[in-house]
Structure formats: structure tokens, C-alpha cells
Write a protein that binds this ligand. Structure first.
Ligand code: HEC
Length: 159
């Protein structure tokens, strides 16, 4: 899907990411992607939802926080505060904040949800360089949306 304009990659950051995170940190055993136990969350089935089905769901937020720490924090930063090597995920929904009409705001958030899910599933690979590994087959749909629910509690600009 098309990437919203404010999410365009910044080449120098990406170079840093490729050099720092992917070649060194990723190779260490202690940063192997972790399977996430989503027992207790409503089952979502095989088809991917068009938007986060767990928004505001307390149990999902809790599981998502731990899943984020195990799988994403090493690049995107503890508590989603980026140190600069990967995008700051607290800003993911920022472009939706200023929309005044409620239906448009909802549509904007849903679009970012889709961009989020596809980024996590497929990872970020360009010209043969892996900027972020894909999590398809490691994180199930439940875990992926639980992490988004956690990230929504960390928004830079709450909706
Ligand atoms: C090895 C480091 C690494 C790990 C681990 C990682 N990411 Fe990323 N991620 C990146 C980099 C670097 C980018 C920017 C890539 C680009 O723009 O092409 C990125 C981009 C993204 C984007 C798109 C953000 C935007 O503003 O366009 C999302 C969403 C995302 N990551 C979510 C996650 C989640 C959720 C996890 C954990 C399940 C995760 N990432 C794990 C490095 C990582």
C-alpha cells in the first residue's frame, strides 16, 4: 500500500540502521525474535483485519508491551522512544491527530493500522538490504495487534 508522505524513510537514518542494528545486534542470540503467548485474547482467525481489533483492550496492551520489548525495542527503543536508528513509533498516528471530522480521523487511523500490519509482517527490505526483518510466521495476528494497542498508549499526540 502507499506509504503516507510523512512516513517516507530518511536515507541517512536508514544507512545507520543497516550498519548498526541489522549487521550487529540482529546477529546476537539474545535478540532472536520471540514467540508471544496471546492466550486469553479474543481469537482473530486467519484473515488479517483491516484495523486494530484490540484498541484500548487492557489485556492486549499488557501482552503488547512485553511483546514490543522482546521484539521491537532493540531497534525502535525502550518504551517506543527511538534513539534514532529506527522510526519513532509514538509518531505513527500523528498525521491523523489534526483531522477534525470524526469519520476521516477513523479512516486515517485504519489506514495507518494497515500500513503498520504490513510493515511488521513483511519487514522493510529495499535493494537487498534488510532494514527490518519480517515477523510473518513469528508473531501471529493477535500478537501483532497487541503490540499496536500498546503503541497507541505511547502516542506522542493522543488522538
Ligand atoms: C532490526 C531492527 C528492527 C526491528 C527488530 C524492528 N524494526 Fe521496525 N523498522 C526498523 C527500521 C530501520 C525501519 C525503517 C525502515 C524503512 O523506512 O524502510 C522500521 C520501520 C518500521 C515501521 C514503519 C514506520 C514508519 O514510520 O514508516 C513500523 C510500523 C515498524 N517498523 C514496526 C516494528 C515493530 C512493531 C517491530 C517489532 C515487532 C519492529 N518494527 C521491529 C527496524 C526494526
Amino acid at each position: 500500500m502507499t506509504r503516507p508522505p510523512q512516513l517516507r524513510p530518511r536515507p541517512r537514518l536508514l544507512l545507520a540502521a543497516a550498519l548498526l542494528c541489522c549487521s550487529t545486534a540482529w546477529a546476537h542470540g539474545d535478540v532472536t525474535p520471540q514467540v508471544v503467548d496471546t492466550t486469553g485474547l479474543p481469537k482473530l482467525g486467519a484473515d488479517w483485519k483491516g484495523e486494530n481489533p484490540y484498541r484500548g483492550h487492557a489485556a492486549a496492551i499488557k501482552i503488547g508491551a512485553s511483546a514490543y520489548n522482546q521484539n521491537c525495542a532493540r531497534c525502535h527503543g525502550l518504551e517506543a522512544i527511538s534513539g534514532g536508528i529506527a522510526p519513532d513509533l509514538r509518531k505513527l498516528d500523528n498525521e491523523c491527530v489534526t483531522l477534525k471530522v470524526d469519520t476521516r480521523k477513523k479512516a486515517c487511523v485504519a489506514e495507518i493500522d494497515q500500513y503498520y500490519a504490513s510493515s511488521v509482517r513483511k519487514g522493510k527490505v529495499r535493494n537487498g538490504a534488510v532494514y527490518m526483518p519480517g515477523f510473518e510466521g513469528i508473531l501471529n495476528q493477535e500478537a501483532t495487534w497487541a503490540i499496536k494497542s500498546y503503541l497507541e498508549t505511547r502516542r506522542e499526540r493522543p488522538l
